[in-house]
Write a protein that binds this ligand. Structure first.
Ligand code: FAD
Length: 504
């Protein structure tokens, strides 16, 4: 039990260390929900923020809903655009599967279209020549292909989840101003020491200028430094480097197109992949690669070539990343949020979602435990499972890649350092008569729905060869696919062009 609790059972004072996206997400949520707690955020001007992380999942919408900020209040300030999912380009060299889209969920999927996708996957697994590529089966894929924003007219009766693209520095600025309006105190300083009391709890942090900040509870948002959780409290770190080879990135902006895409594009390059994220004033681009396979100079040249910027003098930024997670995200009187708790590489843009889940779930467990560490173990088990579930989904992209042009892709395909869960999923994919049903039955889905797993595996063309002897009534099959397409097209009539939705 913390000594200093308010009457409402929440800590009297919380200090958040770090003013990147994670720090400000934590500050806003705490300020909105724990109204009697003093919240202070300290950040270092000298160290600054990582300044990448410009794509989200639908969790960012949940976060803004939780702090009661609407799209029109924040998006224009952050040059933000809408996102319906991610196109994966050139991850497979199998004819017909060179590109596929991983959509966010729409209610029309499960009710109308995805059952047909699953049926055709089964038929394709048995050698029938049917269309089992994911793209024709999802409404959000259609929205992306037609540059339609994901907010339907009011009369459209089905829910459509969506994410965003945004300028990370501007998002930080917006969240910082919003939190300060809700009484969060902001201060600047670089922490040089973290002092523990005899129970091993953090008693205060010491800044370089000699001042000290004490609190009842501390939130570590110090990025890859993980100053409180890893360095001071010595919580163990589990690296994912055996599963995920990428450990560096190079980042270059480029000119935005007139028509704003509503998707992130992920293009496989020689030794990793490049993201392309549309903001209102620029494309954010980056090449995530393994520096065991390509050095920084060659990676930069390859990215410039990919973007048509070989002759351009726009400066590139080089970054290192650590992939893995701490074993405990809540320990003693400290919670780690953001890069300080871990990172799984940005392929599915999941880091901000994990930060939001971590702080929201912590608040719930802390309240249920009435200010004690009673649910610390359950909380850590839950957050670890979220991290590991996302890791498995991301590892699967590399494991099932269908390229063989470089050692990097070959090394990824033969890498057997994959979790038991992922092994079981790949076995089910090959053998099950009901992939989605069995995923749920054996509790294998992890952090992604069966339809996301099916998009990934079918999208890369992970199928046996077509058996030309298998007879099928093609006219009936074609009629069914045409009917679905027409249904999705008519659903699409309820959506505006992305540019019009953003009033650009
Ligand atoms: C290449 C790359 C691409 C990414 N793409 C995505 C994406 O598309 N989507 C997504 O969700 N996420 C993405 N991420 C992750 C995303 O960038 C982070 O999750 C997000 O920016 C939050 O970072 P943070 O706040 O944890 O850390 P940071 O932004 O690094 O902030 C750390 C803060 O701690 C402060 N600090 C550090 N040490 C001290 C000290 N000693 N004293 C005082 N203050 C200190 C710093 O000054 C800073 O304010 C990406 C990451 C990388 C590396």
């Amino acid at each position: 039990m913390l000594n200093n609790l308010n009457k409402d059972g929440k800590p009297k004072k919380i200090v958040i260390v770090g003013g990147g996206t994670a720090g400000w997400i934590a500050a806003n949520l705490l300020a909105c929900k724990w109204k009697n707690t003093d919240i202070c955020l300290v950040e270092s001007k000298e160290i600054g923020i990582i300044g990448v992380g410009e794509g989200s999942t639908p969790h960012l919408k949940l976060f803004f809903d939780a702090i009661e900020v609407t799209d029109s209040e924040w998006m224009p300030h952050c040059n933000a655009t809408y996102k319906t999912g991610i196109t994966f380009d050139k991850w497979s060299s199998i004819e017909g599967f060179e590109s596929y889209f991983h959509p966010f969920a729409a209610q029309t999927d499960d009710i109308f279209t995805v059952p047909h996708f699953y049926k055709n996957i089964q038929a394709r697994m048995q050698g029938y020549n049917v269309n089992a590529h994911p793209d024709p089966y999802f409404l959000e894929t259609y929205l992306s292909q037609n540059n339609l924003g994901p907010l339907p007219d009011e009369c459209f009766p089905f829910g459509v989840a969506y994410g965003y693209h945004f300028d990370s520095a501007l998002l930080g600025k917006f969240l910082a101003e919003n939190a300060q309006k809700k009484r969060v105190k902001r201060s600047y300083g670089t922490v040089e020491d973290v002092l523990l009391n005899k129970e091993g709890n953090i008693s205060c942090i010491k800044l370089i200028d000699g001042s000290q900040l004490d609190a009842d509870f501390f939130i570590d948002c110090t990025g890859f430094n993980s100053l409180l959780m890893k360095k001071a409290l010595k919580v163990n770190y589990k690296s994912f480097q055996d599963n995920l080879f990428n450990n560096a990135a190079v980042v270059i902006p480029s000119e935005i197109s007139k028509t704003l895409p509503v998707e992130t594009k992920s293009t496989a390059l020689s030794n990793g992949w490049a993201w392309k994220i549309p903001l209102r004033d620029r494309f954010g681009n980056g090449y995530v690669y393994s520096d065991d396979h390509i050095d920084a100079d060659h990676a930069e040249t390859e990215l410039r070539q990919h973007l048509g910027l070989l002759e351009s003098d726009i400066e590139a930024r080089h970054l290192h990343m650590k992939v893995g997670r701490v074993e405990k995200h809540w320990h003693k009187n400290c919670l780690a949020v953001g890069l300080s708790q871990g990172f799984i590489e940005p392929l599915e843009a999941t880091a901000i979602a994990l930060s939001f889940n971590t702080i929201a779930q912590f608040m719930q467990y802390f309240q249920e435990g009435k200010g004690t560490n009673k649910f610390e173990d359950e909380f850590n088990t839950d957050i670890n499972a979220r991290f590991d579930g996302i890791r498995d989904y991301i590892v699967c992209h590399y494991k099932v890649n269908q390229r063989s042009d470089t050692e990097y892709w070959q090394d990824n395909a033969v890498n057997n350092n994959i979790s038991e869960n992922l092994n079981k999923i790949l076995t089910l994919w090959k053998n099950s008569q009901d992939f989605a049903g069995d995923m749920l039955k054996y509790k294998l889905t992890g952090s992604y729905q069966p339809k996301s797993w099916a998009c990934l595996l079918a999208g890369n063309g992970v199928f046996p060869k077509i058996n030309t002897d298998q007879a099928i009534d093609y006219s009936f099959h074609q009629q069914e696919v045409d009917g679905l397409y027409d249904f999705i097209r008519r659903c699409g009539l309820n959506f505006k062009k992305h540019n019009d939705l953003l009033k650009l």
